[in-house]
Design a protein around this ligand. Structure first.
Ligand SMILES: *Cc1c(COP(=O)(O)O)cnc(C)c1O
Ligand code: SF4
Length: 335
């Protein structure tokens, strides 16, 4: 008996098991509600952007609470099919700025690589939910055009891996990509925008940490948590592992009605994020993407909340409130 259980702990499959956890993720709203002890309402069974949520994230939702701030981020609702004035499929002008297959070059000095269209969770407010990934991402062995583009422009000093979620790629593929980027002398920093360490902390495997530790550039990782409840012990441990490899951690959030749009909730998020090892970076006003209008907040209230945060928190815990406007040279501060 004893040897048996010992063997099992040594064989702990944590390192390989994240893909499996994604395969087993919940895709049916009725199943999710049932797991939380909630009766189904009039949630649509099928959506244009299908529901996707792994158990590790569901575990942080409070059973019996229909308004749980984590549940509200992932549960499809009827209003998504309504048309709302000012809401569109490409609210931030990504269509206009895709320079090469999988490369978005909007801002000076940095380019964003769409490495994959896949995510570990489908966030109902996501501005990329209608992005035409099938023909835009540089995944499946098609890095060449992207690499050539970056190599030919020496004003590019930072590469941002984004998606979808770049950590959905196997680490071996990420290694392949950074090995190619390492040949370009003008690159000085690598940034990774990912929700995985929060959504599915088991993605932070030894192999991933080894890859990050081997990179020739300083690495910045921008995680994405919108509510303090997203940080549990496993997330904090994963983030600690990243910090020990010298990764600079930042957190960005989206201001979401009913989820984090009060100054106490925001203050809590900033405190928790810092305690978990990530400094607050941006707080985005919602990008007006079709289907997400139920999360909209007005910018006047947002400014009042920012004022309350400044009164409450140390300066470095106050995020920058920004709005992305197509055609602007940077994310616009909301003042
Ligand atoms: C948000 C974004 C960036 C990064 O902007 P920062 O202000 O440096 O965080 C870069 N490229 C694109 C296309 C973006 O949308
Ligand atoms: S993880 Fe990021 S890209 Fe994916 S659905 Fe959520 S917000 Fe969108």
């Amino acid at each position: 008996m004893k040897t048996d259980s010992l063997a099992r702990t040594t064989f702990a499959p944590k390192q390989a098991d994240w893909r499996d956890q994604i395969k087993r993720a919940v895709r049916d709203p009725a199943v999710l509600l049932e797991k939380l002890g909630l009766a189904p309402g009039d949630e649509p069974a099928v959506s244009r952007f299908p529901m996707l949520v792994p158990q590790a994230f569901i575990d942080r939702m409070r059973p019996g609470h229909r308004q749980d701030p984590l549940l509200l981020q992932v549960l499809p609702e009827r209003q998504e099919s309504e048309v709302a004035a000012g809401f569109s499929d490409d609210p931030v002008g990504d269509g206009a700025s895709s320079a090469e297959r999988g490369v978005l070059h909007k801002y000076r000095g940095r380019v964003l690589l769409i490495t994959t269209g896949a995510c570990a969770v489908h966030c109902r407010y996501c501005f990329r939910q209608a992005f035409p990934y099938a023909n835009q991402h540089a995944g499946s062995g098609q890095w060449r055009a992207a690499i050539d583009y970056i190599a030919s422009d020496d004003s590019i000093e930072e590469i941002i891996l984004s998606g979808g979620d770049p950590l959905m790629l196997p680490t071996r593929r990420l290694r392949e990509l950074t090995a190619r980027l390492a040949g370009i002398p003008h690159i000085r920093r690598l940034r990774i925008h990912t929700r995985l360490p929060v959504i599915l902390p088991d993605r932070v495997t030894t192999d991933l940490l080894d890859w990050l530790g081997e990179l020739p550039w300083p690495v910045v990782m921008v995680i994405h948590a919108n509510h303090a409840n997203e940080f549990d012990a496993a997330v904090c441990e994963a983030l600690q592992g990243l910090r020990m490899r010298g990764v600079h951690l930042l957190n960005q959030a989206v201001l979401l009605a009913g989820i984090n749009d009060s100054s106490p909730r925001l203050a809590d998020l900033m405190r928790r994020s810092f305690e978990a090892g990530a400094l607050p970076y941006y707080l985005h006003l919602l990008d007006p993407v079709s289907g997400a209008h139920r999360f909209d907040t007005d910018s006047f209230r947002a400014l009042e909340m920012m004022d309350a945060l400044r009164r409450e928190l140390s300066g470095y815990l106050v995020p920058r409130l920004v709005r992305e406007v197509a055609g602007e040279p940077y994310k616009l501060p909301v003042l």
